[in-house]
Design a protein. Structure first.
Length: 113
């Protein structure tokens, strides 16, 4: 899976992904990082989203992640594509130089304290 395009449509930020082969989407997460005017990282992992369990794409194609909490459906060439929403209030792509990362998550271990 790879990031194909980052944009804004009708006032809604989105990330369009190209899925190159069948994959379990829960193996992937997205986050953004911001930078200050000197180019130093100012906020690591500012917004984080991991795709839900049980979501699988069986062939190559596209999927769209909106940053908001709407129910907007994404389309390519008038055909609906798999669409997800981060659930954030407002847009996050607001500064030139900010960066979106797609990471493949292999294992996560956690413990309550």
């Amino acid at each position: 899976m790879k990031i194909d395009h980052i944009g804004n449509s009708n006032g809604k930020d989105y990330i369009l992904f190209r899925v190159l082969k069948g994959t379990c989407l829960h193996d992937y997460a997205v986050y953004d990082t911001t930078y200050d005017e000197k180019g130093n990282v100012s906020n690591k992992w500012r917004h984080f989203y991991r795709f839900p369990k049980g979501e699988i794409m069986t062939e190559d194609g596209y999927l769209c992640l909106y940053t908001d909490n709407s129910t907007t459906q994404a389309y390519i060439e008038s055909r609906p594509i798999k669409t997800f929403h981060m659930g954030l209030q407002g847009n996050i792509f607001n500064e030139e130089g900010d960066r979106i990362y797609l990471i493949k998550v292999s294992d996560i271990d956690s413990k309550s304290y």
